[in-house]
Ligand binder design. Structure first.
Ligand code: KG4
Ligand code: ZN
Length: 344
C-alpha cells in the first residue's frame, strides 16, 4: 500500500486515544477514558485528566500497535513501521494536550518520522472516512460533544475548513450534563436523558429554542438550562413532583430541533449535499432520527460515524494526519505548542 501508516494521538479532554490508520483504512483504535474519575465532580477536572493521560499513554500506544501481551522489544519493532505521527494540537485542555503532544514528539523523534499537529474538531469530521470512505467535497459538519457545538464548511479536510457557527455559551453535551445533574440522572448526562425522554410525553412541556430563527448559524443552550432549572424549582415549590421523562423529552426536543434545523439550513444555504454529524452527542437517538428526516426532506445525504468513532479517539487524529500528509503540507516543528483555542 502506498499510503503512509499514521499513528494518531488524542488527549484534548478526558480520553487517551491512540489509533493506527492507513489512508481510509482503520487498523486499530484504543481508548482509555478517565470519565469515571470525573463523575463525582459532574464534569471534567483538568488536573485529573492530565494525570490520567500521563498514566495511560504508554499502555494505550502499546495496545494500539500490537495488543497488551507484546514485550517492549516487539512494540518497538511494530512502531518502526509507522510512517508519521499525528497529534491533537488543539483545541482542548492545556495540560491534557501537552501530554499527547510531548508523547507524539518523542515518538516522531525516536522513529525519525514527520509529526503533524492537527485540529481536534476537524478530526471529528475526518473519522467518518474510516467507515464510509472518502468524504464528498464539499460537505458540512455538525460537531456536538461535551466541549463543542460547531458547524463547519469542509471544502477539503487538510486545506479548507471554515467555521460557520458555534455555541455562544454552553456546548450541547454540556447542556445535557448540566440538565441531567438538575434531574439527578448522573454523569455523563446524555445517555440517561436520551433514555428517559423515550418515556416522556412530548406535548407536556415546551422549552424555548435558543437562537431559533435569528438568521445565524450559532447556538445557545444556557437559556434552556435555566428554563429547566426554573421548571424543577417551581415544581418543588408547588409541591408537584416534576416528571423526569417529560422534562427530558422537552429539553431534548429543544436541543435537537435547533441543531438539526441549523445544520440542514447550513447545507441548503451553501449548496452542499452532504452533512456529517459527529461528537459524543451524535450518539443521541433522537438527534439521529430528526437529522435523518430533515436531511431527506432537504435532499441532503447524512453521514454519522458509529458511536465509538463519534467520541474522542486517536483514529480520528490519525485519519486527519493521513489527509494532511497526502495533501503535501509541511510537518509541524518539534517545538509544536498546544493551542487551547486552535481555530479550524
Ligand atoms: O465526544 P465526547 O465523548 O467528549 C467530548 O466532550 O469531547 O462527548 C461527550 C458528551 C457528553 O456531554 C455526553 O453527555 C454526551 O456527549 N452524550 C450524549 C449521548 N451520549 C453521550 N448526549 C446526548 N445523547 C446521548 N445519547
Ligand atoms: Zn471531541
Amino acid at each position: 500500500d502506498e499510503h503512509p501508516l499514521v499513528l494518531g494521538i488524542e488527549t484534548s479532554c478526558d480520553e487517551t486515544g491512540v489509533g493506527l490508520v492507513r489512508g481510509c483504512g482503520l487498523l486499530s483504535d484504543e481508548v482509555a477514558s478517565s470519565v469515571d474519575e470525573h463523575a463525582r465532580f459532574g464534569g471534567v477536572v483538568p488536573e485529573v485528566a492530565s494525570r490520567a493521560h500521563l498514566e495511560a499513554m504508554t499502555p494505550t500506544v502499546r495496545r494500539a500497535v500490537g495488543g497488551p501481551d507484546l514485550i517492549p522489544d516487539d512494540v518497538a519493532k511494530r512502531l518502526r513501521d509507522v510512517d508519521a505521527i499525528a497529534v491533537t494540537a488543539g483545541p482542548g485542555l492545556a495540560g491534557a494536550l501537552l501530554v499527547g503532544i510531548s508523547a507524539a514528539k518523542a515518538y516522531a523523534l525516536a522513529l525519525d518520522v514527520p509529526l503533524y499537529g492537527v485540529n481536534h474538531l476537524v478530526g471529528h469530521v475526518a473519522v467518518d472516512q474510516l467507515e464510509h470512505g472518502p468524504l464528498p467535497k464539499p460537505c458540512v459538519a455538525l460537531l456536538v460533544s461535551g466541549g463543542h457545538t460547531s458547524l463547519l464548511y469542509v471544502g477539503d479536510l487538510a486545506t479548507d475548513v471554515r467555521l460557520l457557527g458555534d455555541t455562544v455559551d454552553d456546548a450541547a453535551g454540556e447542556a445535557y450534563d448540566k440538565v441531567a445533574r438538575l434531574l439527578g440522572l448522573g454523569y455523563p448526562g446524555g445517555p440517561p436523558i436520551d433514555r428517559a425522554a423515550r418515556e416522556g410525553d412530548p406535548t407536556a412541556i415546551h422549552f424555548p429554542r435558543g437562537k431559533w430563527g435569528d438568521g445565524s448559524l450559532d447556538f445557545s443552550f444556557s437559556g434552556l438550562k435555566t428554563a429547566v432549572a426554573r421548571w424543577v424549582e417551581d415544581g418543588q415549590r408547588d409541591g408537584r413532583a416534576p416528571s423526569v421523562p417529560d422534562i427530558a423529552v422537552a429539553f431534548q426536543e429543544s436541543v435537537v430541533d435547533v441543531l438539526t434545523r441549523k445544520a440542514v439550513d447550513a447545507c441548503v444555504s451553501h449548496g452542499v449535499g452532504h452533512l456529517v454529524i459527529s461528537g459524543g452527542v451524535a450518539a443521541n437517538s433522537r438527534l439521529r432520527e430528526l437529522a435523518g428526516q430533515r436531511c431527506e426532506a432537504a435532499g441532503v445525504e447524512l453521514r454519522v460515524p458509529s458511536p465509538r468513532l463519534c467520541t474522542d479517539n486517536g483514529a480520528m487524529i490519525a485519519a486527519l494526519g493521513a489527509e494532511v500528509a497526502a495533501a503535501g503540507l509541511p510537518p509541524s516543528p518539534l517545538d509544536l505548542a498546544a493551542d487551547t483555542s486552535l481555530p479550524v
